[in-house]
Design a protein around this ligand. Structure first.
Ligand code: NAD
Ligand code: DAU
Length: 350
C-alpha cells in the first residue's frame, strides 16, 4: 500500500483532491495534513472522513521539526502539496504569512522528503501545485506557456513563484523527483467566500452590494475545481519527472461579464425577475497592482496526458450556485466571526 501526503486537504481544491484520491484509490493510504487556518474546514470532507484509507493530521508546514517527524513516521511515497495562503487581497494587506507558509513551509516539506527519499527516487514524487499568477499579466492577446518567464506582481504570486523556483532547485541540485502544475482560477463547491464567485453568490443571496474592483475589465480563465482535481490525478500518475504542466479552462471572462452571467443564474434559481441581482453590482476601489489578464495554453497536458476540461462554464456555474444554495449552513458558518471582520476591513472601512 502506498502512503500519500496531501497538504492543504481541508481547503477548497485540496478537499476535492483528497475526496478523488480516497474514493478512486482504495489501495493508497491518504494522509491529509492541514493546520486549519480560516480557509481550512473539515466539513468539506465529512462524506469520506471515516474511510479506512484516510487519515487527518493537524499540523503546520512551517514547523520543520513536526514535518520531519511526520515524514519519518509515515514514510510517505508521494506528496501532493496544496497547503498555502491563497488570497491575493490578504497578501496585499499582510504579506508575512504568505512568505512563511508558501516559501518556508514548502522548503520544510522539500527538506523532509529529501531526507527520507535519500536512498533513491524510485516510486517517489513531490508534486507542487502552483498558479498561473506566477507568469504575471497578459495584454489583450497571448497565452501563458510553460516556458513563459516568471513576472509575479502580488506578494501572493511572488511567494508562489519563489516556491516554484525552490522546488525546481531541489530537482536540479538534489535530484528530488518533482513535478509542478500552474493552474488558472478555480471555481466550484467549498470555495471560501473571500474569492470573487462565492463572495458574489453570498452577497446576492443576502441582497448585499457585489463589489467589483476598478472597471470590472480584468480577465480570468475559469476552471471547474473537479476538472483541476482530475488534471492533478493525471499529472501525479503520468507526468514526467522534473516537468511543468499548465492547466486552464480555455474560458476567459471579464469580471463584469462573469458577474452579470452569475446574476442571471441567481435570479433564475432564487425566482427573482431577470435583472434584479445585477442591480447589486457596485464598482469599488481597484486592487493594488491588479493583473489585467490571465489565460492558459494547456496544449502540453492535453497532448501529452490527454486531459481536457469536462464542463462548459454555464453548466459549472449552475452546479456551483446549486451547491451554495443547498449548503447555506456551510456558507453561513464560514462567513461568520473572523470573516465579518475581514469583510469590514476589506470592503467597508477602507
Ligand atoms: P485554500 O486557501 O482554500 O486552502 C488552503 C489550505 O491550506 C487550507 O485548508 C489551509 O488550512 C491550509 N494551510 C494554510 N497554511 C497552512 C500551513 N502553514 N500548514 C498546513 N496547512 C496550511 O486554497 P485553494 O484555493 O484550495 O488553493 C490550494 C492550492 O492551489 C494553493 O497552493 C494555491 O496556490 C493553488 N491554486 C489555487 C487556485 C485557485 O483558483 N484557488 C488556482 C491555481 C492554484
Ligand atoms: O489564477 C489563479 C489564482 O486565482 C489563484 O492562484 C489564487 O489562489 C486565487 O485566489 C485566484 O486569484 P484571483 O485574484 O484571480 O481571484 P479572486 O477571486 O480574488 O479575484 C478574481 C477577479 O475578481 C480578480 O480580477 C479580482 C476581482 N475581484 C475579486 C474580489 C474578491 C473583484 O472585482 N471583487 C472582489 O470582491
Amino acid at each position: 500500500m502506498k502512503t500519500l501526503l496531501i497538504t492543504g486537504g481541508a481547503g477548497f481544491i485540496g478537499s476535492h483532491v483528497v475526496r478523488r484520491f480516497v474514493n478512486k484509490y482504495p489501495e493508497y493510504k491518504i494522509v491529509n495534513l492541514d493546520v486549519l487556518t480560516y480557509a481550512g474546514n473539515l466539513e468539506n470532507l465529512r462524506d469520506i472522513d471515516s474511510r479506512s484509507n484516510y487519515e487527518f493530521v493537524k499540523a503546520d508546514i512551517n514547523d520543520s521539526a513536526v514535518i520531519t517527524n511526520l515524514f519519518e513516521k509515515y514514510q510517505f511515497d508521494g506528496v501532493l502539496h496544496l497547503a498555502a495562503e491563497s488570497h491575493v487581497d490578504r497578501s496585499i494587506a499582510d504579506p508575512m504569512a504568505f512568505i512563511m507558509t508558501n516559501i518556508v513551509g514548502t522548503v520544510n516539506l522539500l527538506n523532509a522528503a529529501r531526507k527520507i527519499w535519500k536512498a533513491g527516487s524510485e516510486g517517489h514524487r513531490f508534486y507542487h501545485i502552483s498558479t498561473d499568477e506566477v507568469y504575471g499579466s497578459l495584454g489583450e492577446s497571448g497565452l501563458f506557456l510553460e516556458t513563459t518567464s516568471y513576472d509575479p506582481h502580488s506578494p501572493y504570486s511572488a511567494s508562489k513563484a519563489s516556491s516554484d523556483h525552490l522546488v525546481r532547485a531541489y530537482h536540479d541540485t538534489y535530484k528530488l523527483p518533482i513535478v509542478i502544475t500552474n493552474c488558472s482560477n478555480n471555481y466550484g463547491p467549498n470555495q471560501f467566500p473571500e474569492k470573487l464567485i462565492p463572495l458574489a453568490i453570498h452577497n446576492i443571496s443576502q441582497n448585499k452590494p457585489i463589489p467589483i474592483y476598478g472597471k470590472g475589465e480584468n480577465i480570468r480563465d475559469w476552471l471547474y475545481v473537479e476538472d483541476h482535481a482530475a488534471a492533478i490525478d493525471l499529472v501525479f500518475h503520468l507526468g514526467k519527472d522534473g516537468e511543468t504542466y499548465n492547466i486552464g479552462g480555455h474560458n476567459e471572462w471579464t469580471n463584469i461579464s462573469l458577474i452579470k452571467q452569475l446574476c442571471l443564474t441567481m435570479d433564475k434559481k432564487l425566482g427573482r425577475e431577470p435583472g434584479t441581482s445585477e442591480k447589486l453590482i457596485t464598482y469599488v476601489k481597484d486592487r493594488a497592482g491588479h493583473d489585467l489578464r490571465y489565460a492558459i495554453d494547456s496544449s502540453k497536458i492535453q497532448q501529452e496526458l490527454g486531459w481536457a476540461p469536462s464542463l462548459q462554464f454555464e453548466e459549472g456555474i449552475e452546479k456551483t450556485v446549486d451547491w451554495y444554495l443547498a449548503n447555506t449552513e456551510w456558507l453561513e458558518n464560514v462567513a461568520s466571526g473572523a470573516y465579518e471582520k475581514y469583510y469590514e476591513k476589506q470592503y467597508v472601512s477602507r
